[in-house]
Write a protein that binds this ligand. Sequence first.
Ligand code: GAL
Length: 667
Amino acid sequence: MRTWPTGRIGFGGDYNPEQWPSAVWREDIELMRRAKVSFVSVGIFSWSALEPRQGDFEPGWLDEVMDLLGDAGISVDLATATAAPPMWLAAAHPEIAVVDVDGHRLSQGSRQNWCPSSTTFTAYATSLTRRMAQHYHDHPALAMWHVSNEYGCHNTPCYCEACAAGFRAWLQQRYGDLGALNGAWGTSFWSQRYHQWEHIAPPRRTPTFGNPGQLLDYRRYQSDALLAQYLAEREVLREVSPGVPVTTNFMTMTHFRHLDYFRWAPTQDVVSTDHYVVDALPDPRAELAFCADLTRGVAGGRPWMLMEHSTSAVNWQPVNRAKDPGQTIRDSLTHVGRGADVLGFFQWRASRAGAEKYHSGMVPHAGPDSALFDEVCRLGELTTRLGPLVGSSVDAQVAILWDYEAQWGLMGPALPSALVQYGDLAVRMHRALAARQVTCAVVHPLSDLSAYRLILVPTLYLVSDAAVANLTATADAGADVLVSYFSGIVDHSDHIRLGGYPGAFRDLLGVRTEEFRPLRDGEQVRLTGGLLDGRAGRIWSEVCAATTADVLVEYADGPLLGKAALTRREVSGSARWYLSTDLDDDALAALLAEVTDAAGVVPVVPGAPAGLDVVRRRGDQGSFLVAVNHSDEARELVATGHDLVTDTAVVGSLTVPGGGVAVVREG
Ligand code: GAL
């Protein structure tokens, strides 16, 4: 087995040498050494440079690059190079291009313009993968295979005829007969009943709302079709290049909603992901921390690779803001604290031409004589000192449930309120807890929840019977549970669970809601009682009554006067809370403080000051506090041990400078 280099946190990024004359490659190697780069991902978009004409494999230039990297001791995460089909393939097989919801075939001239269901694409991609694997398997620099790139970033959903046929085959497998499909899709509604398989099509543009079951299954199908494309390449790698780990970079970001990464993760030798800070979010760093915990959840708690993030600005947001000095190190350490053992960037050298020429790199347009490259070098040097963390796991007493199928359900047509977006409440809960130095795991509803004292269930709209049973068993074993509004509403087929909301969790929580009363943007409803007395609900409210729960907080206004806003059902030591409205950040923080205290959840470092993000990793080489100071002022961290960042002893407490970071090996 080829092993990924250990003894340090991996450090590097995407390297696209074909964009530069070979003289620059030597300078690249020299600068990579200076920055203490340990790995690069090579060849991701190199198909047309490696196979300029069909069947002509011309890897000479890449041989030279691989040799240079190998000689410099830099490991290569080598791409199968299949992410962007070359022009000759597009010309020979125009049918592999993606078709949009209106039936327009997308043109060549960008990237990833290949249909998820295209077997023609599979044939060409696996053929190149085979050539790559045969040619490079024995190269000493090869450390990992990087299959394609960010599956589904641009090429799903596709609505072409190949997808239509693939969808029908997938449905036949899933349902067996049309009766079952008609039942699952609720086709008695609007005369949608199918009597022949060939009448089923992708959910293309319709005059008004499409069938929600069809839409949901199409998302499932597209995710599975792309997974099959990945598996086809992986199969070739396993055969021709055994013993070399295989990965493909996920996009576990809250705005990417196309793939069910919980289904994909078991097919990875190591989970890798990309994360880019979205500046327009209310708190971009809260989303970053959430996504890092989500990636760990997707990876089943094991360490993971951050394959890409940015040293500074990206090129694809309306306004592409540069990162402030120190921000790249803070972002990187936020990922490391939450389980990343590798830090990668897109890309090594900022491009001179092409659609990403304004995207930052590790070497900016200004060259190595720049503050940005200095920071890259500082980070690279730091990663060499963080070796003891590698392989360690992250302590968490709280789990937040996350499910891509619930997300897809909440993206379905014609729901009660567009103001309820999957993920918003999850990120806000996570943020409120991180501010109290409480670490969360973000995990699938079917995962083993036994390690957690408290399970948070934010807007888990769609939930399977098995997931309900798992949560119930966890609560029965003693964990506390907090479920929010608009959870447990529909089953796996997106059918309402009848008898009162939240159907799946009515018994667990001891509540019953007769009607939703979503609120207009900006509208509020006053609350009375307990810890939310005098506060307000927003976005959502419900005609909710307790059946077996205690009502802690009531609505104090209008038609909901006296109805339950917050309830708690206590069953042999386990508290089951239900929140039937949405709260502002302040009230949410107050509620979560109460709920975590009641569950006996303790902060990573009790009494750590606001603005200091602290997470603990624990492994064979001890336990480590990873602290990131998001504020401008110095913050005290109570700790004893050795700070790996400054290489100094820590006795009792440590001052983390404003905007600084610390990694304390405890003991
Ligand atoms: C990722 C992609 C990279 C680059 C980057 C820019 O989606 O994998 O190739 O395009 O975004 O932020």
